[in-house]
Design a protein around this ligand. Structure first.
Ligand SMILES: Nc1nc2c(ncn2[C@@H]2O[C@H](COP(=O)(O)OP(=O)(O)OP(=O)(O)O)[C@@H](O)[C@H]2O)c(=O)[nH]1
Ligand SMILES: [Mg+2]
Ligand SMILES: [Zn+2]
Length: 292
């Protein structure tokens, strides 16, 4: 049978057979051969599986993926929603940019969703929105009061959307908002450190009423972009792409090279200082990794 992995916890995969109604699922292990080839079934995968009885099964094969993310581990995503909070926790733009880069690497549509707009004035929010407004679709929402939820819901209608972002920004709260009747566990944000409490521990897919699916994922505070497979990081920054042919050196890394078109665009304010800082951090991380 064919089915969708909609949840994965500790080597057990919950698989819903294609065409089956909500609530029908098999708890599956992956066949031993997977480990041998370094394959890991991932939430979002379409798989071939055999039912052993009414409740359990074995995953035989993973059907070709449209895309795959390592952090959070998800597959076959239509739109990758980078979620942050206006405050509590304060936006970490370096994490935002890493997530956006991971979506560019996966070749997936990306957008930014800013929650908790009740906690910050429009004026202060603009410091963040000004950076991204021309780069990615933006949605401002307030799960607490409901503002912007309908608009976001329309943007995600019919798609497989994945919510990714730091712990405590409100990913699970948003899913509870979007899906009447769902009661995902949500956590508070620690008063002292202003960090989330890592309430969600595994990835899970939910059906939306707008004919789509939404992935809840565990939050995190920091991560490094995968090194080996990034050959030209600047291509993963949409605002840099147009300058890339114009640098004096073909192998320009856009760090300190003379005649660099990216640095020139930065000086002219066409590339934001914050985005460029993220680029430099990621480029250094990638170079350190490949030095091993
Ligand atoms: N003020 C305010 N608080 C909100 C809003 N949305 C969510 N919260 C609160 O933010 C806290 C964290 O929400 P969660 O939904 O657990 O966050 P999460 O992103 O799922 O966190 P992890 O599962 O740890 O990754 C909860 O206490 C929510 O009540 C909002 O719009 N405004
Ligand atoms: Mg959560
Ligand atoms: Zn350059």
């Amino acid at each position: 049978m064919r089915g969708l992995i909609f949840k994965g916890v500790g080597g057990f995969y919950s698989v819903r057979p294609e065409g089956a109604e909500r609530g029908v699922s098999y708890l599956c292990r992956a066949r031993g051969i997977f480990k041998k080839y370094g394959l890991t079934p991932t939430v979002g995968d379409l798989v071939d599986f055999d039912a052993l009885d009414d409740e359990e099964g074995v995953v035989n094969d993973i059907l070709p993926r449209r895309n795959l993310f390592v952090r959070p581990p998800i597959a076959n995503v239509d739109i990758f929603v980078v979620m942050i909070a206006a405050a509590n926790p304060a936006p970490n733009l370096s994490v935002v940019d890493k997530l956006l880069v991971s979506a560019e690497m996966a070749g997936t549509e990306a957008m930014i969703c800013i929650n908790k707009t009740d906690l910050l004035s429009q004026d202060k929010l603009r410091r963040v929105t000004d950076i991204y407004a021309e780069l990615y679709p933006l949605a401002e929402i307030c799960c607490a009061g409901g503002a912007g939820i309908e608009n976001l819901s329309a943007m995600l209608a019919g798609k497989r959307s994945a919510l990714a972002g730091p712990s405590g920004v409100g990913k699970s709260t948003l899913i509870n908002c979007l899906l009447g009747g769902t009661e995902l566990e949500t956590g508070t944000v620690s008063g002292r450190t202003r960090r989330g409490r890592h309430t969600t521990r595994h990835v899970e897919i939910f059906d939306t009423d707008m004919g789509g699916m939404i992935f809840d994922t565990p939050g995190f505070t920091s991560f490094a972009v995968a090194g080996g497979d990034v050959s030209d990081l600047a291509f993963l920054f949409p605002e840099m792409r147009e300058y890339l042919g114009d640098c004096r050196f073909d192998d320009c890394r856009h760090l300190k090279e003379p005649g660099c078109a990216v640095l020139e665009a930065l000086a002219l304010g066409r590339i934001s200082v914050s985005r460029y800082a993220s680029y430099v951090t990621m480029q250094r991380e990638i170079e350190e990794k490949s030095a091993y």
